[in-house]
Write a protein that binds this ligand. Structure first.
Ligand SMILES: CC(C)(COP(=O)(O)OP(=O)(O)OC[C@H]1O[C@@H](n2cnc3c(N)ncnc32)[C@H](O)[C@@H]1OP(=O)(O)O)[C@@H](O)C(=O)NCCC(=O)NCCS
Length: 324
């Protein structure tokens, strides 16, 4: 059985507003705000890797957890923007933290990455293999964003969120539901740089190292599967929607969040939204939102919190946590 004992978040200092984007591509603050809910996002400086953002978030989480890096048995980093293809970002993070006894690996589940990683960390503790696990969602999406494509570049931002999990007498994790559909991989993809299309002059010329997205199709699927994931996870926990104190949905588009909340019959005040300030930070979105909701006092002892995410893969997932 496991519980979360510390949360942390970090976003780079540099802020890119919608007005800044007006100078880069043919867009407007009005379009971005009404279509997505985003006003600004944070962008890392050149050379900053996912592990650096993860490190800053993890230090805060450790402090709040009252643990030292040396106490950590396992580090799981969810990211689609790893420092390098390999070694894993978790290994770089282990080195930065000096978490010398920790096992390390990354999880690739795009915007559902933190939900997948948190579920994995919980299971490692539940199985009895490990006592203390660090789970991080960290992204430098600005490095895979095509800054000449207005249909995607307005959406994404950089950041990291971390959670420290430890063994406990009572399980704070009530249930999880994870799903996927690899048939729809092309809807949201970075086509180049992997074994199918290794980096070449051709892949660079064709901009295959950047995010390609079919937004309209994704929008409809996102709403459907996020509703399904939250309902399925709640059913597994033998809870109803009326038991939910706070839904923390993936922050891809405020209109998706509203549609999900409406279909779940959840009032807006029970739905956490911070997309306005950060945009979509993929796996970091859920991690940062969970941390901020806690910092803002929206999560208290015994609060029932539902994380609900969706991303490229396609993948989706939901976790139900009773805060302890
Ligand atoms: C991407 C998204 C915001 C686009 O919003 P939309 O309302 O579907 O807009 P459309 O793609 O239909 O585009 C409408 C028009 O706006 C234009 N447009 C697109 N991006 C624009 C921008 N940044 N600024 C101004 N106009 C833009 C399009 O070219 C199109 O113009 P046209 O009608 O002349 O062809 C929306 O589809 C979305 O959020 N999808 C889900 C994305 C998602 O979830 N991704 C991540 C999953 S983790």
């Amino acid at each position: 059985m496991a519980k979360i004992i510390g949360l942390g978040k970090y976003v780079p200092e540099k802020v890119l507003t919608n007005f800044d984007l007006e100078k880069i591509v043919d867009t407007s603050d009005e379009w971005i705000t009404t279509r997505t809910g985003i006003k600004e996002r944070h962008i890392a400086h050149k050379g900053v890797g996912a592990s650096h953002l993860a490190y800053e978030a993890s230090k805060i989480a450790f402090k709040r957890a009252g643990l030292h890096a040396g106490d950590i048995d396992l580090i799981i980093v969810a990211t689609i923007t790893p420092d390098t293809s390999f070694p894993s970002t978790a290994c770089y993070l282990q080195s930065l933290l000096k978490a010398n006894k920790a096992a390390c690996f990354d999880v690739s589940a795009a915007c559902a990455g933190f939900v997948y990683a948190l579920t994995t960390g919980w299971q490692f503790i539940k199985s009895g293999l490990y006592k203390n696990v660090l789970v991080v969602g960290s992204e430098v999406l600005s490095t895979i964003t095509d800054w000449s494509d207005r249909s995607t570049c307005v959406l994404f931002g950089d950041g990291a969120g971390a959670a420290v999990l430890t063994k406990s007498n009572k399980d704070n994790f009530l249930s999880a539901y994870l799903g996927g559909d690899g048939n729809e991989a092309e809807l949201l993809i970075v086509p180049g740089g992997g074994s199918r299309h290794p980096a070449s002059e051709e892949t660079v010329k064709n901009k295959l190292h950047f995010i390609k997205m079919r937004g309209n199709e994704l929008f409809r699927i996102a709403v459907r599967v996020m509703v399904k994931a939250a309902k399925s996870a709640l059913a597994k926990a033998e809870l109803g929607i009326e038991d939910v104190d706070l839904l923390i949905p993936h922050q891809a588009n405020d209109r998706i969040i509203s549609a999900v909340a409406e279909r779940l019959n959840l009032p807006r005040e029970k739905v956490y939204v911070n997309i306005t300030r950060y945009g979509n930070m993929s796996s970091a979105s859920s991690a940062v939102a969970l941390c901020e909701a806690y910092e803002e006092g929206k999560i208290k002892k015994d609060s029932v919190v539902v994380l609900d995410a969706f991303g490229g893969g396609l993948v989706w997932g939901s976790i139900v946590i009773k805060w302890g």
